[in-house]
Design a protein around this ligand. Structure first.
Ligand code: UD1
Length: 415
């Protein structure tokens, strides 16, 4: 099995380019199920999760041609209504195929996505929304079967602005009869990017400050689209600069997507400079402590909570981080503690008393962002850190060791 070996203690300096956003690329690939016409997607990152979603749609009948970060998705075989468990179990985003298949075929069977290390990840909001559109839902032991002769537009009040449920419902309603209002939708930039693609595919979608209005059309056509840059990858590298007292420029970003992070970094004493499509972070001192609660966009993103906690483990004082999106997203903190961090957990809150030194250790990456947090801790720690379960990090970060080496880190992928 591969692992990352890091010798900590180097200041990171230099520039890196950011990839296309994983969380925008995944629904974009799923959206191609809405049409038989070709869809060309650009800036699709070369990640394990992207390979999984492309395998999922291929198994459903699509033909995929991938050249670098350009992916062309065309009609292959007749669209199938049943998704395979081996893909949906690997990655929750595969569950998004449910809505488009239902809208195209009038029925679909998709395996339940199953548990996750960051807490229970129910699908009730996806199913309640589809029910409002007239679908009949049959929850089986390990799958869900949905059917509807014709989805009909409706008013759907989401009790929580779930990213996945919003994407599921927007895609399904592009082909529904009549008008749908999705109230309290997710406002993440990746949701906006999916809407952008769907509009290019002929969908009629209007976004208001509190709702998304979709007027169903008879058919959706092909399009060409470039996905937005990955704010979570960019944020991770900015935090890597911060934790090592370095100076790093991330290029090819949309700075406004990173404002919630930049506000916290500034409060923590970092110097941040925004260009048109660049951000520079410079830091020479230990961070100041901060208090942060994660929240749906435009709040502080839950995905950057683990790398932020890694940085705060070296702050001058006590930080308090509340995780309000996923129940069990502090699962990586025992590993940080083994590296010398001082963290006390109560329910959804982590209280982090900054220490002056972290020490290298052998740790596992439990999920994508937790893995990134441990990489950051390893970069700042004294001595060697060895991180196993690298496949988790590879789900969300392209060539992390290459990018960090370019910034001066001593990091290697080893077998
Ligand atoms: C997406 C992102 C993930 C990010 C998350 C929150 C992708 C592929 N993944 O995940 O990286 O951390 O948004 O920004 O885009 N919930 C329910 N019922 C539902 C659906 C969700 O209770 O039917 C709850 C979840 O348990 C969780 C919260 O809502 O506590 C947020 O989940 P959601 O916004 O749906 O996240 P995902 O789409 O799974």
């Amino acid at each position: 099995m591969e692992h990352l070996s890091i010798k900590g203690g180097r200041r990171l300096t230099g520039s890196i380019n950011v990839e296309g956003a994983k969380n925008a690329a995944l629904p974009a690939c799923v959206a191609t199920l809405l049409t038989d016409e070709p869809v060309i997607l650009h800036r699709i990152p070369q990640l394990r999760d992207v390979s999984t979603i492309l395998a999922t749609i291929t198994s459903l009948g699509k033909r995929v041609t991938r050249e670098g970060d350009r992916v062309e998705i065309t009609h292959g075989e007749t669209l199938k209504a049943e998704a395979e468990a081996r893909y949906v179990k690997q990655m929750r985003a595969s569950f998004l195929v449910l809505g488009p298949l239902l809208a195209r075929l009038g029925h679909a069977v998709v395996p339940l996505p199953g548990g996750c290390t960051i807490g229970p990840r129910p699908i009730d909001l996806h199913l309640q929304g589809l029910k409002r559109l007239g679908a009949t839902i049959e929850e089986r032991v390990d799958s869900v079967a949905v059917s509807a002769e014709q989805l009909r537009g409706a008013r759907i009040d989401l009790p929580y602005p779930s990213v996945g449920a919003t994407e599921q419902l927007v895609m399904a309603t592009t082909l529904a009869k009549g008008e749908t209002w999705i109230e309290n939708p997710a406002k993440e930039p990746e949701v906006a990017d999916l809407i952008d693609l769907l509009r290019k595919m002929g969908a009629q979608i209007e976004v208001t400050p509190t709702a998304i209005r979709v007027v169903g059309t008879e058919s959706i056509h092909g399009a060409e689209h470039t996905v937005i840059p990955d704010r979570l990858e960019a944020g991770t590298y900015l935090l890597a600069a911060a934790i090592t007292g370095g100076e790093v420029e991330v290029k090819g970003v949309v700075p406004k997507h990173l404002r919630p992070l930049l506000a916290v970094l500034k409060e923590a004493g970092m110097m941040c400079f925004e260009g048109n499509d660049t951000i520079v972070l410079a830091n020479t001192e230990r961070p100041h402590p901060v208090q942060v609660s994660t929240a749906p966009h435009p709040g502080f993103p839950t995905d950057l909570q683990p790398p932020l906690v890694a940085m705060l483990s070296l702050a001058r004082g006590k930080s308090v981080i509340e995780e309000m999106v996923f129940e069990r997203r502090f699962g990586y903190t025992p590993s940080l503690k083994r590296m010398g961090a001082h963290i006390v957990l109560t329910d959804r809150t982590a209280t982090i008393t900054g220490v002056s030194t972290l020490w290298g250790a052998e740790v596992d990456a439990p999920d994508i962002r937790a893995g990134a947090a441990l990489v950051l801790a390893g970069l700042a720690a004294q001595g060697f850190t060895r991180i196993s379960q690298l496949e988790q990090i590879d789900r969300g970060y392209a060539k992390i060791e290459v990018k960090l080496s370019l910034l001066g880190a001593q990091i290697e992928r080893e077998r």
